[in-house]
Design a protein around this ligand. Structure first.
Ligand code: TXA
Ligand code: MG
Length: 329
């Protein structure tokens, strides 16, 4: 099937209650009709995702926000005008149209309008909003290509192959309170960009886990990943000489450095470019996970402003289960 046929077929499958993986600008999503609880149940089954983790609903035009939510306010309109289509998810009070299974029983729903034109076409042709988590097994590395999806998931009716996801890390998830916005998950849109439009709320998060996006462990490769404390060669060498005793070690470079003593070096960037690093992050983790000649991974820390924080957040979560207890955050 050519791309146009894949898109056509994907929309048809969605309308008929099936499950489709499709590209977005952030990562690949695993989508089903957001208004059909039975279709949504298949997403949770395929991903082995716990039911406490709510899904993001993807739309292709603003009129859906008014149907899926209540208390639509001016701030939502302003955010949508500035950041949609694009990698921002806004959590809003939901209407009765949204089934509870989509929101894990929460009274709110996360909504986003993706900018990827293939995603937009699939949503438009299916005629319904599409609930779509990232198309990976729960807790594992997110997919930025059709191949990554095929590697992890079985039982998907169709995987639309739209090439590599450009942004490479997930959308920023925010909610709103009287004060302004709260970041529930760091992502491609930075706090600084949001603050140009709205104040950041200074009120503390009321619930300890206001969003599963705040889970400490996620994105884990199936082999140990450690983050060096700094880019100093001395620091990195002392980590690697420990690990080298046990097996073969790969290095993930952010600034372009290539320290000696590694069996393989992959680059998020060759010169500390953050956009490039974000778009390469999950691809590099997938490649090292697939490489049977590698036993452990050391990553250079990602520094800088803006999306540096989101990238480090992903790396920290990916390495979380490999941290010794005293190093857990
Ligand atoms: O970029 C993205 O957001 C990708 C693409 C496919 O759009 N999707 C994605 O979905 O990352 P997922 O399911 O992997 O992550 C969605 C996260 C949830 O884990 C949760 O943290 C947050 O979004 N979320 C969704 N609905 C929420 C709600 N009602 N309240 C709080 N957090 C919510
Ligand atoms: Mg995910």
């Amino acid at each position: 099937m050519n791309l146009a046929q894949q898109i056509e077929r994907a929309a048809q499958i969605i309308r008929e209650g099936g499950v489709v993986a499709f590209p977005t600008e952030t990562v690949y999503g695993l989508g089903a009709n957001a208004l059909d609880p039975n279709a949504i149940a298949q997403i949770f089954a395929i991903k082995e995702r716990p039911y406490f983790d709510p899904l993001i609903v993807h739309i292709c035009n603003l009129s859906w926000v008014e149907r899926l939510t209540i208390n639509f306010d001016k701030r939502v309109e302003a955010l949508a005008n500035r950041f949609w289509p694009g990698p921002l998810t806004i959590v809003l009070p939901k209407s009765d149209l949204v089934p509870d299974i989509v929101t894990s029983g929460l009274s709110t729903v996360g909504i986003r309008m993706p900018s990827n034109t293939i995603a937009q076409e699939v949503i438009r042709l299916s005629g319904v909003p599409i609930a779509a988590p990232s198309a990976n097994k729960f807790g594992r590395i997110s997919p930025t290509s059709a191949k990554h999806v095929a590697k992890q998931l079985e039982g998907v009716d169709l995987i639309v192959d739209g090439g590599d996801s450009i942004v490479g890390i997930e959308s920023t998830v925010i909610s709103l309170n009287r004060d302004g916005f709260i970041i529930l998950r760091e992502g491609a849109i930075t706090a600084e960009e949001l603050e140009e439009l709205l104040p950041r709320s200074t009120m503390p998060n009321s619930a300890p886990l206001a969003s599963p996006g705040l889970l400490k462990s996620h994105y884990s490769p199936d082999k140990p990943l450690y983050i060096a404390k700094s880019s100093s060669l001395q620091e990195i060498n002392s980590l690697s000489s420990e690990l080298n005793k046990k097996g073969r070690v790969a290095f993930i470079s952010f600034s372009g450095i290539t320290p000696a003593g590694f069996d393989k070096t992959l680059f998020l960037s060759h010169n500390g470019n953050l956009k490039e690093a974000a778009s390469n992050l999950f691809r590099v983790l997938h490649e090292l996970e697939e490489d049977d000649s590698i036993d452990a991974i050391i990553a250079e820390p990602v520094t800088g402003v803006g999306i540096a924080k989101a990238i480090m957040d992903k790396l920290n979560k990916a390495s979380y289960r490999y941290k010794s207890d005293e190093n857990k955050l």
